[in-house]
Design a protein around this ligand. Structure first.
Ligand code: AMP
Length: 257
């Protein structure tokens, strides 16, 4: 019996199946649709029509408090980097290893596909709060399936529980209303200090978020996504501790949508 358990564990490790209980906290990632759509790549509206001018869910992502070498995570090898260097006039190949880092678990069970009937009662709410803006397909279900496969399968939650948890968290604070309360309203001319955005969200939610920016088609920096940190229960907001590497500047835009 013991031998069988060890054998199954070894098989899972060999298959690269990450364990769901490894992560430390979640990011609830919400996105400003105006900043997704006004980039060079643009966007497309879902079959259900133009989403409301509100933050939309991107995902609920299990995350590690500390990044770890990828080799310590099953199934991931370091990259071998091959470099051509000129040595004494002749081009020679130089090989070296680059340690890859893993900062979150992902794709914990590819066999566990999102089944429409599991989330049937949530579809209307998901359509309104978690719309696709991708031009690959107008079907938000494909976006939800992708997020479930990549992140949800590592959450330790069931399919219904995962989507219900994200919706519940989003419902607690209307980020667009929080920002509007601090005088930060969508505008194609105005810029806002990043600190004032962070402070407004921290004051309203009781937890410091991380902010991610991107660039519009003209290269201007704008608020793109708000990362709220959530404890492992998937219910309690906590301060985000990890700094984010992003394209933010001191002053950012919040474009109209
Ligand atoms: P992730 O892999 O979970 O970090 O999500 C990144 C992927 O999600 C990228 O391929 C994005 O283009 C895609 N994505 C981000 N926002 C949206 C959205 N609103 N609708 C559809 N796809 C999105």
């Amino acid at each position: 019996m013991k031998l069988a358990v060890v054998a199954v564990a070894a098989l899972l490790l060999a298959a690269g199946v990450a364990s769901a209980d490894e992560f430390d906290f979640f990011y609830l990632v919400q996105q400003w649709p105006g900043s997704f759509c006004d980039t060079q790549a643009g966007c497309c509206f879902p079959d259900t029509g133009k989403p409301a001018a509100e933050f939309g869910i991107h995902g609920l992502w299990p995350n590690y408090a500390k990044c770890r070498p990828a080799a310590a995570v099953a199934g991931d090898d370091d990259d071998v980097v091959v470099e051509m260097v000129v040595d004494g006039g002749a081009a020679v190949e130089r090989h070296h290893q680059r340690r890859r880092q893993k900062c979150w678990p992902e794709y914990c069970n590819d066999g566990n596909k999102l089944r429409p009937w599991e989330i049937k009662d949530l579809v209307a709410e998901l359509d309104a709060n978690w719309p696709t803006l991708s031009c690959k397909s107008g079907k938000s279900f494909e976006f939800w399936s992708y997020e479930w496969k990549k992140h949800g399968t590592c959450s330790g939650m069931g399919q219904h529980g995962y989507f219900a948890a994200a919706l519940e968290l989003k419902k607690r604070h209307d980020l667009a209303a929080v920002l509007a309360g601090a005088g930060i309203v969508p505008s194609d001319d105005e810029s806002y200090s990043l600190g004032s955005i962070r402070d407004a969200i921290a004051a309203a939610t009781g937890a410091v978020p991380n902010l991610e920016c991107n660039r519009d088609a003209a290269g201007e920096t704008q608020l793109f996504q708000v990362y709220q940190c959530v404890d492992r229960s998937g219910k309690k907001l906590v301060d985000c501790q990890l700094p984010m590497q992003g394209k933010c500047r001191d002053k950012v835009k919040l474009p109209t949508f």
